[in-house]
Design a protein around this ligand. Structure first.
Ligand code: DC
Length: 223
């Protein structure tokens, strides 16, 4: 049990956490758990059922119906909700914009935190999110808090979107990112906050490879 390694990567929206966490996991042969995808999965179900994302009682009532799995595939890791592949559906703008409200509901956080700990108990893991180092895996061997300026994050999202054929201006993306930062850091339950023992990494001037290399170096220094 005790020899399981846990790497927690937290930080604000669009700081590149999942891209980096995925690559770090691949290099180390660890399992990767994208906790944002789990909050997005609940949000998708909420929207499909026509429930208001800030109606805590109605959202909580849906939780017993939520079964999320991650499945490896040739195209990367798939997210399944009750057996359905929702990998692409959870990246839609309406899911992105409503996930903060759903993630602020305490019962949602309790349920997903339990599921995340169960996933982590199975083996070596790289987990990314907002509260991994502070709440989900407080004893993780390595905690990284990734940040980048709002402008740089909007620029990265814009380039990502362009590849996917999505047309949203950089100005709109900056506003959306700032709004999500505010909501994620001001909610009462497990707000986005750097753990005292996390290493802060400002990735504004760094390439993806540079970020991955620095995390691997930090990890090796802890071995
Ligand atoms: O990282 P992401 O954009 O996929 O996250 C989607 C939403 O879920 C975002 O609003 C923040 C929230 N979230 C959270 O509250 N706690 C986590 N551990 C991960 C994500």
């Amino acid at each position: 049990m005790e020899d399981r390694m846990q790497i927690a990567i937290d930080g604000p929206a669009s700081a590149g956490k999942s891209t980096v966490a995925k690559l770090v996991a691949k290099k180390l042969g660890y399992v990767y758990c994208d906790t944002g995808a789990m909050y997005r999965s609940v949000t998708l179900l909420v929207l499909r059922r026509g429930v208001a994302p800030d109606d805590a009682a109605a959202v909580t009532a849906l939780l017993p119906e939520v079964h999320i799995e991650f499945k490896p595939s040739a195209d990367g890791q798939l997210t399944l909700l009750n057996g359905e592949d929702i990998t692409l559906a959870i990246r839609q703008e309406d899911v992105t914009n409503n996930a903060s409200a759903v993630a602020a509901i305490p019962a949602v956080r309790t349920e997903l935190t339990n599921q995340q700990r169960e996933i982590a108990a199975k083996g070596n893991i790289v987990m990314d999110g907002r509260d991994i180092g502070t709440t989900v895996l407080p004893h993780a061997e390595l905690k990284v808090f990734m940040v980048a300026s709002v402008e740089e994050r909007a620029r990265r999202r814009f380039l990502d979107n362009k590849e996917k054929g999505i047309d949203v201006s950089v100005e709109t993306l900056e506003k959306e990112i700032a709004a999500r930062d505010y909501k994620d850091s001001h909610r009462e339950t497990s707000p986005l906050k750097q753990a005292d023992d996390a290493v802060r990494l400002d990735t504004t001037p760094m390439s993806i490879d540079e970020v991955v290399d620095s995390i691997i170096k930090l990890y090796e220094a802890r071995q």
